[in-house]
Design a protein around this ligand. Structure first.
Ligand code: SAM
Length: 294
């Protein structure tokens, strides 16, 4: 096995050789601890039958661990300056393809079809995400109809806590619901700042998302459901009624009627959004849609 890229010594050597300067605006914080990388690949439960998509390979620290433990890896990198470096550092691995470009603009289905020798093999996504764009990337991957069984992400600890939150806590909100509706989410472990070069300003954590067989709740109009969940958290201190009446002004003079309808499903308008579980939000949005039709 070749020497790990992710040691302080080897990373410094590579950066020096290519005169590479970090771009803060691209969220470039590279991992320099092989133990963390091993824990990430263990959490992702990879094996030689699994294809992997990585976002932002940097100089290849995580990529090489993915290459060693999975079937094939396709990694999206936006920074052109890293391409010659990756061609060099990843030259021992024949099962890696680097796709140059912004992952948010990529046609993932097309790349999967084109680059994996068996595009039907189980697919996982693993990434040390660029922190400036964490949420858009996760949400776009969820909605891109990418057939990934699981996603393992390094991200800001605070965002990891929001993604894996339970009702009734400060971290629980519309992001929690957007993700947990489709995926089981857990915070796998916290990562200290000193395993990165350069050190980020915030603490980090690994979250593990595993796709559910079907969404957590039955809803006919998923778009409306997400609209209602976002509205419920616009002002966290306000009651459900105040937030909903602001979003749907046509409800304002129908409070008693709404109250009576929601009493039937055990939802009190004086509650705050953060106390509602995802199945409760599903019932709420179904009722509200009916009420708004009248
Ligand atoms: N995987 C490497 C590691 O763990 O050391 C680097 C991770 S670094 C936090 C994030 C990487 O994502 C950088 O290489 C950056 O250039 C890349 N990146 C930033 N925005 C991107 C985007 N929209 N699409 C693809 N890659 C992006």
């Amino acid at each position: 096995m070749t020497k790990d890229i992710a040691t302080p010594g080897r990373t410094t050597e590579i950066l020096k050789k290519y005169g590479f300067l970090f771009k803060k605006s691209l969220g470039q914080n590279f991992l320099i601890d092989p133990n963390i990388l091993r824990r990430i690949t263990e959490t992702a439960e990879l094996n030689k039958n699994t294809n992997v998509i990585e976002i932002g390979p940097g100089i290849g620290a995580l990529t090489e661990h993915l290459a060693r433990t999975s079937k094939e890896v396709v990694a999206f990198e936006i920074d052109q300056r890293l391409l010659p470096i990756l061609a060099d550092t990843l030259s021992p691995y024949e099962n890696v393809h680097i796709e140059h470009g912004d992952v948010l603009k990529a046609n993932l289905a097309e790349v999967i079809e084109r680059e994996f020798s068996d595009s039907e093999a189980p697919l996982k996504i693993v990434a040390n995400l660029p922190y400036y764009v964490t949420t858009p990337i996760i949400l776009s991957l969820l909605h891109a109809e990418v057939p990934a069984d699981s996603m393992t992400f390094m991200l800001q600890k605070e965002v990891a806590e929001r993604i894996s939150a339970v009702p009734g806590t400060k971290s629980y909100g519309s992001l929690t619901i957007a993700i947990q509706f489709y995926m089981e989410a857990s915070l796998a472990f916290i990562v200290p700042k000193n395993v990165f070069m350069p050190k980020p300003n915030v603490d980090s954590a690994i979250v593990q998302l595993v796709r559910r067989d079907k969404p957590l709740a039955d809803v006919k109009n998923v778009e409306f459901f997400f609209e209602v969940t976002r509205a419920a958290f616009v002002s966290r201190r306000k009651t459900l009624w105040n937030n909903l009446a602001q979003k749907f002004p046509e409800l304002k003079n129908r409070r008693e009627e709404v109250e009576a309808k929601l009493a039937g499903i055990n939802i009190d308008l004086k509650r705050r959004g953060e106390t509602l579980s995802i199945p409760e939000f599903a019932m709420l949005s179904e009722e509200l849609e009916e009420i708004l039709k009248k």
